[in-house]
Design a binder for this molecule. Structure first.
Ligand SMILES: [Zn+2]
Ligand SMILES: [Zn+2]
Length: 352
């Protein structure tokens, strides 16, 4: 017996085939006959006020028609519609063997849907690899056999306003001429002040498989195209279960914005280097949303080494974890060294 899903159409009305989400149309499509089936979507426009009792009852529990499965090899926990079977882990391609007793937990507030399918992802991968200078020519010519899988990764997206006061000392180097010779001198000057900055859509991954560094390489996602979560969006795809708690992710969001505050302060001054800069920041108006976002994972071997490269499933932006040609790197270093040597020689000639 097939269990009725919450507010979703179960099978193709025409032929009874399975329905999967189609990234091109943002509708469901029948795997067998291709018939389109529309479903209700609402844009996601608001965030929740920050409240660390995230797991409390006032949040929607994910419907019973989902199960949590776990990859025995890499430990990824995946939320899957009970009607679907994911044969391979999107992260390591091992098969799922253990069926966890765990419940799916909280329904995501929002979803950024995939905007293109796996074939298109492969085209985009090839096109972008060709433009990356350091990637070996052999790979640009023909891609190693690879596996592409799409997965929705869990993340928290934060809005926060900041009020900072700062105090510090900056140093400026000046060049002056005396008797036809140039000299440099340094002088320091104190700075202090206040700065208020708003931050929006600071995305922090809550995945056990993807690091913030990997994620930052494929950011941003366009949050204007986020929808309220519907089961239909994830048909034919898998969702990774969130693995990190809201509080830890919020701490990380603050760490992400801190360098931006520092940069904005320093922008106001003409200086050569920083002697010290103390910044005291208070955050307020903190809001968040629990989102799932689309990622394609490419897994392949090159010269006996395994590579995993990520791609933003909405914009197609490719991550940086790619094979590197040592010859090209060596060549670039050589050019830079020659350039530096040239500058040194010129400056010696000039000063005499
Ligand atoms: Zn059909
Ligand atoms: Zn795995």
């Amino acid at each position: 017996m097939v269990r009725k899903l919450n507010a979703t159409i179960e099978k193709c009305e025409g032929c009874g085939g399975n329905l999967v989400f189609c990234p091109d149309t943002l509708e469901l499509t029948c795997e067998k006959c291709g018939k389109e089936q529309k479903f209700n979507k609402q844009k996601l426009t608001t965030k929740r006020n920050l409240n660390f009792d995230f797991q409390e009852d006032n949040y929607n529990k994910w419907v019973e028609s989902n199960k949590v499965i776990q990859c025995k090899s890499c430990g990824a926990r995946i939320v899957l519609n009970k009607l679907e079977y994911a044969s391979n882990c999107p992260y390591c391609q091992s098969s799922f063997v253990s069926l966890s007793e765990e419940l799916p937990g909280i329904t995501p507030d929002g979803i950024i849907p995939f905007e293109f399918d796996g074939d298109e992802a492969l085209h985009k991968f090839k096109a972008q690899v060709k433009k990356r200078f350091y990637v070996p020519r052999a790979i640009k010519k023909s891609l190693p056999r690879n596996k592409v899988s799409g997965v929705y990764i869990p993340s928290f997206s934060f809005d926060l306003d900041s009020k900072s006061s700062y105090k510090g000392v900056l140093i400026k180097t000046q060049t002056y001429f005396k008797d036809g010779k140039s000299y440099t001198r340094e002088f320091s000057f104190p700075i202090s002040g206040k700065i208020n900055l708003p931050f929006r859509d600071i995305m922090v991954e809550a995945s056990s498989q993807i690091t913030q560094k990997q994620l930052s390489q494929i950011l941003p996602f366009n949050s204007e195209k986020a929808y309220k979560f519907e089961e239909d969006f994830i048909r034919g795809y898998v969702v990774e279960h969130y693995n990190e708690d809201l509080k830890a992710c919020f701490e990380q969001a603050k760490q992400i914005v801190d360098p931006n505050i520092r940069r904005e302060i320093l922008k106001k001054y003409a200086y050569s280097r920083v002697q010290y800069l103390d910044i005291d920041t208070k955050f307020y108006n903190e809001k968040f949303i629990y989102n799932v976002s689309p990622i394609y994972i490419f897994e392949y071997n090159y010269k006996k080494k395994q590579y995993v490269t990520l791609m933003n499933g909405q914009t197609g932006k490719l991550g940086k974890d790619l094979p590197i040609s040592k010859i090209k790197v060596a060549f670039t270093v050589l050019i830079i060294l020659l350039f530096i040597a040239g500058v040194v020689v010129l400056s010696i000639l000039y000063s005499n």
